[in-house]
Design a protein around this ligand. Structure first.
Ligand code: GTQ
Ligand code: FE2
Length: 365
């Protein structure tokens, strides 16, 4: 073959490739590196929302938003600026803050999205799941699994605020996001204590064991006691004392798509960096510290949210003299159940990243 012929063939091939694309065909030979990249081309950055900003918005939403005039929920998502099109905090999960005023009821509905609630402020409000009321106080966790009716009520004298986390971005990815509004007569009729009397160390012999995800309240006091009991153990080099909330029936994660954790970073603790195929959302409960995510330092304190995209190098540090405690949500169960779970330690030096810059969070302006 002469050089001229080779040149002609190259030109002809390029024309052919372009014409294929015009006919909605991808020539694998021309797109191979894009089709199967060496490192996953993650389409969004890590991000952090400060408590001061969130408090302002909760306060004003409490004044301006009237649930009686519709809107279903007085909640707002913490949205990654790269994921606005799906209202996602990560590509699979959306976290939100929700406020329910004294005397209010957020009406029953159900959706394919699974959800969790983690109480931030107030005590004695309830979420009814299939009609079964679960009363909650600060730092308690409850679940509203897929397609279960749920409504929220605040019979107390004070506003109640909680963290919501839902997997609706994952459902959207699956082209399966749907929702059904309900009337109070639809919302289920299970009595208070229905589930806790069937799931526990003692149970009624005349009923079969429930096979669905239970309506249990994960009381913070128990979780805090366990964190404390384990504080002198070595823990994880990457996550300190990290406890996973477990499903008491099926074991494993609380929901099929979402795992929840309580994390204790002890005074002076500096974790090593690693990366995982899951995406993660942190809500800071106590302590001031920082995390380095892909070389960017994120300083955090109580009431801040931050998130870590898949395959991003990340490490946490609590340089102060007190405990740092986080409530953490991840999509790990999606990855493990689909056998997509991978985890790597940071390979260089002493296991820590170089910090190139510090993240500048937004304030309300
Ligand atoms: O409380 O049912 O933040 O359905 C987003 C969607 C909360 C809820 C959100 C919801 C809810
Ligand atoms: Fe909902």
């Amino acid at each position: 073959m002469t050089a001229a012929t080779g040149h002609n063939i190259d030109r002809e091939l390029e024309r052919f490739n372009n014409r294929m694309v015009e006919h909605n065909l991808t020539p694998t030979w021309a797109y191979y590196p894009e089709l199967v990249a060496m490192a996953p081309p993650v389409a969004y950055r890590p991000y952090l929302w400060k408590a001061g900003l969130l408090d302002r918005v909760v306060g004003t939403a409490g004044e301006l938003v009237d649930l009686e005039r519709g809107g279903e929920r007085r909640s707002f998502e913490v949205v990654n600026p790269d994921l606005r099109h799906i209202h996602g905090t990560t590509h699979t999960l959306g976290a939100a803050l929700q406020l329910v005023q004294p005397g209010e009821i957020a009406p029953p509905h159900r959706h394919l999205a699974n959800a969790i609630r983690f109480i931030v402020k107030g005590r004695g409000s309830y979420t009814a799941v299939e009609g079964e009321r679960l009363y909650m106080e600060e730092r308690d966790l409850i679940l509203t699994p897929t397609w279960m009716w749920h409504e929220h009520g605040n019979e107390t004298e004070a506003p109640v605020v909680w963290v919501d986390a839902l997997d609706y971005p994952f459902n959207k990815l699956m082209q399966l996001s749907f929702f059904q509004p309900g009337a109070s007569e639809d919302a289920g009729s299970r009595p208070i204590g229905f589930t806790s009397s069937r799931v526990g160390l003692v149970r009624p012999t005349w009923t079969s064991y429930p096979d669905e995800i239970p309506n249990v309240t994960y009381k913070w006091e128990e979780t805090a006691n366990t964190l404390n009991a384990l504080r002198d153990e070595e823990g994880s080099p990457y996550d300190g004392i990290l406890l996973e909330y477990v499903n008491p029936i099926q074991e494993g994660s609380v929901l099929p798509t979402m795992a929840c954790y309580a994390q204790l970073l002890r005074p002076g603790e500096r974790c090593k960096a690693h990366r995982q195929t899951s995406s993660t959302i942190h809500y800071v409960l106590d302590g001031e510290g920082y995390s380095v995510i892909n070389g960017v330092r994120f300083d955090w304190g109580p009431g801040d949210f931050f998130m870590i995209p898949p395959w991003a190098w990340h490490e946490h540090a609590n340089p102060g003299g007190g405990d740092a405690v986080h409530f953490v949500i991840s999509d790990t169960p999606i990855m493990t159940s689909l056998k997509l779970w991978r985890e790597e330690p940071y390979p260089e030096g002493d296991g820590h990243q170089e910090t190139a810059e510090t993240f500048a969070p937004l304030t309300w302006s």
